[in-house]
Design a protein around this ligand. Structure first.
Ligand code: ACO
Length: 325
């Protein structure tokens, strides 16, 4: 039976020029390259300059994805930006990106699911495209987390970085089998009971300030491995695939030990995992599309590959996307 699937047509990325190494970090807070690398896998991160906004990074990533897709911006009718660090409280950063790309039709809006934002945005775009409401979408994950870090808290400021990644999506008729190209499954979940384990202690409606990121790292770690593993199992059951059949695992880049824990539970070998943590740190909603871009540029991802993405973030929110490239 013919169905409409959401096919990925192009991927792109953008990173601020400025790189901050662990060595430099150790001149800001009481830490060492060894501690950070051993506990997290991170060696460096990119930091946006004062005049470099989330939308600037998002526009650059989306432009690259558009060029690679061969699709003209006038053909785009949906722009979704996943971000927890918008340029302004409103309007949505996606609308600014839409304008920056020269897109004037359809709709643009932000999704706020913190580190799971890209997975949430892919799920949202997929549902709009499958129902025929829109034809071609750009999904962007863009963040400037450096702006919401407490640069005196060594337990959090060493973990995050800035950047953006984007994909161009197109609704295409397919056969309706699990061998189809495009998004085969999306699962998104949340549970607000865990708000106090990972949050920002400010906001326009409470403190009238932006606030700083606060986290109970140990508890987040414990939940991340459990919840991500759970949602991957659900994805595999839903689609009838086994972990062995996954060609590439593109996880949210939070911590190398979380990635290793999940991969071990699933039995996925290191050759199938895309890891960009050491270069980017945790870029929240941008981390999956940045990793997809890295896999694309290094020719690790090929048409027909079965690609699994997953993430967990503040809220908690979590989810997974299975796609045939
Ligand atoms: N440098 C040196 N020492 C540090 C640093 C640092 N940057 N940060 C903390 N420490 C110290 C602590 O003060 C503590 O010292 P003490 O024993 O004298 O009190 C010691 O190291 C151990 O601290 P813990 O917080 O228990 O360290 P842990 O082994 O749990 O590692 C970490 C901390 C890396 C944050 C870990 O808990 C983690 O990765 N958690 C997952 C959280 C995460 O990835 N969040 C990202 C957002 S959510 C997401 O994307 C899924």
């Amino acid at each position: 039976m013919a169905v409409i699937r959401t096919v990925i047509r192009g991927v792109g990325a953008s990173l601020p020029k400025r790189i901050m190494t662990n060595q430099e970090m150790s001149s800001i807070v009481d830490t060492t390259d060894e501690w950070i690398a051993e506990r997290t896998g991170i060696r460096q991160r990119h930091i946006a300059s004062d005049n470099e906004l989330t939308s600037d990074l998002g526009i650059a990533a989306a432009r690259q994805a558009l060029v690679r897709s061969g699709i003209d911006p006038v053909e785009i009718d949906l722009v979704i930006c996943a971000t927890a660090t918008p340029d302004r409280t409103f309007p949505a950063t996606a609308v600014k990106i839409q304008h920056g790309l020269g897109v004037t039709k359809g709709a643009a809006f932000d999704i706020q699911a913190v580190c799971s934002g890209f997975v949430y945005a892919m799920a949202t775009a997929d549902n709009f495209l499958k129902t025929g409401q829109f034809k071609r979408a750009i999904v962007i994950g863009a963040e400037t987390f450096s702006r919401i870090l407490d640069w005196t808290d060594r337990g959090t400021c060493v973990l995050f970085g800035d950047g953006a990644g984007a994909v161009v999506l197109e609704a295409q008729p397919q056969h309706g089998t699990r061998e189809d190209r495009g998004i085969l499954s999306t699962i998104i979940r949340s549970d607000g009971r865990y708000e106090d384990l990972l949050y920002v202690d400010g906001g326009p409606g409470s403190t009238k300030t932006t606030g700083h990121l606060r986290m109970n790292g140990r508890e987040v770690f414990r939940h991340a491995v459990q919840k991500i593993h759970g949602v991957i199992e659900e994805t595999l059951i839903q689609t009838g695939y086994t972990a062995d059949e996954i060609d590439l695992f593109v996880p949210h880049q939070a911590n190398k030990r979380i990635l290793d824990g999940i991969a071990r539970k699933l039995g996925v070998g290191p050759e199938k995992i895309v890891v960009t943590l050491e270069k980017h740190g945790n870029t929240s909603a941008a981390s999956i599309p940045l990793a997809l871009n890295e896999a694309f540029e290094s020719h690790r991802i090929k048409e027909g590959n079965l690609v699994l993405m997953e993430a967990m973030g503040g809220g908690f929110t979590w989810g997974a996307v299975l796609v045939r490239w």
